[in-house]
Design a binder for this molecule. Structure first.
Ligand SMILES: Nc1nc2c(c(=O)[nH]1)N[C@H]1C(S)=C(S)[C@@H](COP(=O)(O)O)O[C@H]1N2
Ligand SMILES: [Mo]
Length: 275
């Protein structure tokens, strides 16, 4: 008999208050029912409808290139050393909507250090599973599959960057990037890559999917920035999903409100040029 559980299992964790916003979190239905995961279609409800066919166990993550301790790891071994924390983060999608999501995860920096990046490693590249049988959206050329994202190593080592395995106290639903996804709260949502199967340390800047597909619209850095508009729309305001007034917009904050923590990473950089 098939006993794959479709009901996400509960996780044990501690709340990280320092890195949690006091804003009201979006509901489970909003967080899991409205998002982007183009591997399952380009509609906001497609991920919830179609991600059920993704099999997340067993799951293997390959860690390689510029690091002293590369390897192929079972998900359980990737997760084992890391105590779980809950962090309530704002998410700002590049499409000018936002949500507040209670993630369960651990600092990306703690994982990176275990693999001992070499002195040549300047970036970390992440890749999503490529399997059109499980991910029907990959049968269409909307992006050059597999989905690739990346961070500069110092960004990846920032304590706000996490790998998430759950939300709302439970394992991640597939549509939110099970079993392992990145969350980088000061950047547009597309940087937070889902269902990761490979982590690569590189000397050269990774060729990321969105920057490759539309380089005028999506940069490598993708820091939330109300001063730099998308060529087709303003980034000055955002619509909080679920707000009772559908038309109400709120100002978008530099670095999605995490500027006190992360602005120093970009000192001296022209952020209009490095968008
Ligand atoms: N592999 C993959 N990761 C992805 C995406 C995607 O299409 N494929 N969409 C991104 C975008 S644009 C956003 S806004 C977030 C939305 O999902 P979340 O609400 O679960 O964070 O996932 C990001 N990660
Ligand atoms: Mo997004």
């Amino acid at each position: 008999m098939l006993t794959v559980s479709l009901v996400p299992r509960p996780l044990a964790f501690q709340r990280n208050a320092r890195y949690s916003t006091p804003e009201k979190a979006n509901s489970w239905a909003e967080v899991t029912g409205y998002n982007n995961f183009y591997e399952f279609g380009t509609g906001k409800e497609d991920p919830a409808q179609h991600a059920g066919r993704l099999r997340t166990r067993p799951w293997t993550v390959v860690v390689d290139d510029e690091c002293a301790a590369p390897g192929r790891f079972a998900l359980e071994d990737i997760l084992k050393p890391h105590p779980l924390e809950e962090r309530i983060y704002r998410l700002r999608c590049v499409e000018a909507w936002s949500m507040v999501i209670p993630w369960i995860g651990f600092a990306l920096a703690d994982l990176i250090r275990r693999f001992e990046p070499t002195s040549r490693a300047k970036y970390v590249e992440f890749t999503t599973l490529h399997d059109p049988k499980q991910m029907p959206g990959q049968r269409h050329d909307v992006l050059d599959w597999p989905y690739v994202e990346g961070l500069r190593l110092d960004e990846a080592l920032h304590p706000l960057a996490i790998l998430a395995i759950g939300l709302y106290g439970k394992e991640l639903p597939n549509q939110n990037g099970a079993p392992l996804r990145l969350v980088v709260p000061w950047k547009y949502g597309f940087k937070s890559i889902k269902s990761i199967v490979r982590i690569r340390f590189t000397e050269a800047m990774p060729r990321t999917s969105w920057a490759l597909s539309a380089p005028r619209e999506y940069g490598f850095f993708a820091n939330v920035n109300p001063e730099v508009d998308h060529p087709r729309w303003s980034q000055k305001t955002e619509r909080r999903i679920g707000s009772s007034n559908f038309l109400a917009r709120q100002p978008t904050l530099p670095f999605n409100g995490y500027g006190d923590e992360v602005a120093g990473l970009y000192r001296g950089m022209n952020l209009a040029r490095h968008f």
